[in-house]
Design a binder for this molecule. Structure first.
Ligand code: GLN
Length: 483
């Protein structure tokens, strides 16, 4: 695993050309992808084009932006003009966007080198990457385990050394959870910090794009590169840059601890959390007890609202305009029905049906409206919490990477999102940082949740932990490129 700064240094010192670096990553990606399924598509041509441009800029002695020349993986729900964007769905198996997502065009302008599109749960619905139409991404630390979801491919590629960093999306935990499973840093930015223009929508009031990286510093670098106001996304505001504002002094920092997040944890995760809390205490932070009784409502609120939004967002896949179209049909209704039944996998269909149900006349008040009211209550509670503490420390996931094909029921799978969804319900920023290992040596992650637009604060606290523990919880999978 490499960091952005280390890779950049090699490029700037001209020890390695960007073309050479890119070939190393492309070759490693081809070699490893059979095991990892991290990429749905390896984009050699685009990577080589970008690398040549960076080499030309270097030759001219130009100053390079921070991400220029750095190979990365872009989740396959982020639109790339003239390059397939599948959402890991049969519905979009051959879909080629006619425009770039705002985030991707910004990265391209910087000279970022996209090695490929990251595998994911179909339409970002899932927690294991196993709902991918192409088969799930594997965990580079143990190929019998999942990489997590839904941005499992991005996490697998970064931990597997076939991308330096990844760009994922997080609707209910999809950046933080795979980061936690793969021993990486995953940042879900404040809602509105990053433009969603060109991100194929799952649940628009929850979705947010963010980085998956090998260290905290890289998360800050990528965040700065992608958080810009975009006139085409009315919910985007951009955010202040964080690099250069990070520090690792946590003296006086008020770290909130809500016991609800720590209930029924497996012993190894509980002890990793204890150690992390102890670290902050010894470093001079103050631990503040917080009550968050509404945690028990977070999963139902999330799954009602996210499914409702999904049922509406996914209405556009009708077989008429783009995407999969059934070959045989009787009439228009039959065409739409067959197209959607064939094009969507089981989990996506389940959520569309759930969402349609909670929005239907007669059930709207009982489910959708109630969930909206609770969303407001949860937001208000967070507002109160952040008058009492500066950030909240929780586990990222109450389990470590699941076995592939573990066969959990849908509800059991949803339950593993218990620690992450409240952050999206309230539109807050949160980062997952590696903080331990279970008995099998699989990574454990902790989550630091902040108030809106306090990315610099949560990343500073994450940096304090990472540097204060000497990187003890960063684990190399021994795969891919090592510089
Ligand atoms: N696991 C959650 C879900 O299935 C979150 C997914 C995401 O953040 N995209 O909805």
């Amino acid at each position: 695993m490499n960091s952005i700064s280390k890779t950049r240094e090699r490029l700037l010192k001209r020890e390695l050309s960007c073309a050479e670096l890119t070939e190393m990553y492309l070759a490693a990606a081809r070699r490893e992808n059979g095991d990892l399924s991290a990429y749905t598509l390896i984009t050699d041509e685009e990577a080589r084009r970008a690398a040549a441009e960076v080499d030309a800029r270097l030759a001219r002695g130009e100053k390079l932006p921070p991400l220029a020349g750095i190979p990365f993986v872009l989740k396959d729900n982020i639109s790339t003009k003239d390059i397939k964007t599948t959402c890991a769905s049969r519905m979009l198996e051959d879909y080629v966007p006619i425009y770039d997502a705002f985030v991707w065009s910004g990265l391209k302008e910087q000279g970022a080198v996209m090695c490929g599109k990251g595998n994911m749960d179909e339409f970002a619905m899932g927690s294991t990457c196993e709902t991918s139409y192409f088969g799930g991404a594997k965990n580079p630390h143990d190929l019998t385990r999942v990489a997590g979801g839904s941005s499992g491919g991005a996490a697998s590629a970064v931990a597997g050394g076939v991308a330096v960093y990844g760009i994922g999306s997080d609707t209910g935990g999809s950046i933080r959870q795979p980061a936690s499973f793969c021993g990486l840093v995953g940042l879900k930015p404040t809602y509105g910090a990053v433009s969603r223009n060109g991100l194929i929508a799952y649940a628009s009031s929850f979705d947010q794009i963010g980085p998956i990286t090998t260290c905290v510093e890289d998360a800050a670098t990528v965040f700065d590169a992608i958080c810009r106001k975009d006139p085409a996304d009315m919910t985007s505001r951009g955010a202040e840059r964080v690099s250069g504002r990070l520090h690792s002094d946590v003296r006086g920092l008020r770290v909130g601890v809500a016991k609800e997040f720590f209930e029924n944890l497996p012993a190894e995760i509980a002890s990793a959390m204890e150690r992390a809390l102890d670290f902050y205490k010894r470093a001079g932070a103050e631990l503040v007890e917080i009550a968050f009784p509404m945690l028990r409502y977070c999963l139902p609120v999330y799954y009602i609202l996210a499914c409702a939004e999904a049922s509406s967002n996914l209405g556009r896949y009708d077989g008429l305009r783009y995407g999969h179209r059934a070959e045989t049909f009787d009439d228009l209704d039959d065409l739409i029905c067959r197209t959607r039944s064939e094009g969507f996998g089981q989990e996506v269909r389940r959520r569309i049906i759930l969402g349609t149900y909670v929005l239907s006349a007669g059930y709207y008040d009982a489910y959708y409206n109630k969930a909206q009211a609770l969303r407001r209550t949860i937001k208000n509670r967070f507002r109160e919490i952040f008058t009492k503490c500066d950030l909240l420390l929780t586990p990222t996931v109450p389990v470590t990477a699941l076995k592939c094909g573990a066969g959990l029921s849908p509800v059991e799978t949803y339950q593993t999102d218990i620690c992450t969804v409240s952050v999206n319900i309230a539109g807050l920023p949160a980062v997952s940082v590696p903080c331990g290992f279970d008995g099998a040596g699989l990574p454990v992650g902790m989550q630091l949740i902040g108030d809106k637009f306090t990315e610099a604060r949560i990343l500073s606290a994450a940096l304090a932990f990472e540097s204060g523990t000497g990187g003890a919880y960063l684990k190399d999978s021994g795969r891919g490129v090592s510089l």
